[in-house]
Design a protein around this ligand. Structure first.
Ligand code: KG4
Ligand code: ZN
Length: 354
């Protein structure tokens, strides 16, 4: 089977062809990601209208290139998948309309993929990860712990009261003058830093459960930066290392609670998975790996290039859905919000998270 996957929900335009080898394992035949960083830089953040226009300008060419690199034509495809939400709605509409048009013209199944399911199943792209597994989903817009029971079957164990983990990196980097996206910049700066120099609080210390909160960390860092006034590269590196450590401490603390809960709810589950852009962070990957092995769990993190937004994860999720007959009608409406677990209630105080 071969699927075209399209991702346009944020500031990356992406197209990919993914197939399977017949035994369920993925083969990525092409995976092209065009980052819109340069388009948004003058505005100091992502501008939804600019993003939608940039997706529109790039997508046709990117799809042609993805088919070309994979050495396949439309006639070789078994389906077309696109991110159907959640995300910046203008961009999602561009991807969904393109995918629907191709599916209609070529009489192919159309699959609307939940972007979060794309991240969730990305671990199964590179490794044979059995259901159920515990997922720490950490991206620029989301921070959740989920029991993944199967394709399309999720039980949310925890979510964030305020910022997402990626936002904590991005806002911290902005405070330290390290630019966007903040995660990779903080990780680079942290290499030469002393993580013990700046004491940052452990959010929700001593509180039970699997929810997150990052706003206190951000405020504590801002106070330290403002008190310092003018700072040099050494302070910057120390602050970056301290922030990375503190975000990791919080993620580990809550994941530890979730492992205990998951073990009780799903006795057959043996695997901890991390996914989403923040899962590219080496220190976090190493610390989660240690936690999992202490708790007797296997640990799986997708290759770093598949952690941040990409088309391969959308193609793969589409392929997993298609195999189960989960296809969508051509009147599917793009969804700005789309929780993976429809029964989960929003965390008290949570803002616009899905
Ligand atoms: O999954 P993603 O590409 O987009 C969303 O769906 O949000 O995640 C982007 C987020 C950004 O906040 C970025 O700063 C963060 O992932 N990120 C990282 C790293 N690489 C990307 N955070 C920490 N360390 C990294 N190496
Ligand atoms: Zn994402």
């Amino acid at each position: 089977m071969k699927i075209l996957g399209i991702e346009t929900s944020c500031d990356e335009t992406a197209a990919s062809i993914v197939g399977d080898d017949g035994e369920g394992l993925a083969r990525i035949r092409s995976n092209l990601v065009f980052s819109q960083l340069a388009e948004h830089r003058p505005y100091g953040g992502i501008v939804p209208e600019v993003a939608a226009r940039a997706h529109l300008e790039r997508l046709d060419g990117l799809i042609a290139q993805a088919l070309d690199e994979a050495g396949v034509g439309f006639a070789d495809l078994d389906g077309v998948a696109a991110t159907g939400g959640p995300g910046l709605i203008g961009g999602v509409i561009v991807g969904v309309m393109e995918a629907k048009a191709m599916a209609f013209a070529r009489n192919l199944p159309f699959i609307a993929v939940n972007h979060l399911e794309g991240h969730a199943l990305s671990a199964r792209l590179a490794a044979d990860v059995p259901f159920p597994f515990l997922l720490l989903l950490v991206s620029g817009g989301h921070c959740q712990l989920l029991a993944v029971e199967g394709v399309g079957r999720y039980c949310r164990l925890g979510t964030t009261f305020d910022d997402a983990a990626g936002e904590a990196f991005d806002k911290g980097a902005k405070l330290l003058g390290l630019g966007y996206p903040g995660g990779p910049a903080i990780e680079r700066a942290a290499i030469s830093g002393d993580a013990s120099r700046i004491k940052l609080p452990l959010p929700l210390r001593g509180r039970e459960g699997c929810d997150f909160s990052f706003s206190g960390l951000k405020t504590a860092l801002r106070e330290r930066v403002e008190k310092k006034g003018i700072f040099d590269d050494t302070f910057r590196a120390d602050a970056a290392a301290s922030l990375q450590q503190a975000i990791g401490d919080h993620l580990l603390d809550r994941t530890g609670n979730a492992l205990a809960l998951f073990r009780a709810l799903y006795p057959s589950g043996r695997t901890l998975v991390v996914a989403g852009g923040v899962a590219a962070n080496k220190s976090l990957r190493a610390r989660l790996g240690d936690l999992a092995s202490r708790e007797g769990f296997d640990f799986v993190a997708p290759p770093q290039s598949l952690c941040t937004d990409n088309g391969a994860m959308i193609a793969w999720a589409g392929l997993e859905r298609l195999k189960l007959g989960l296809v969508d009608p051509l009147d599917f409406a793009p969804r700005p919000r789309w929780p993976l677990d429809p029964n989960a209630r929003p965390a008290p105080g949570a803002g616009v998270k899905a």
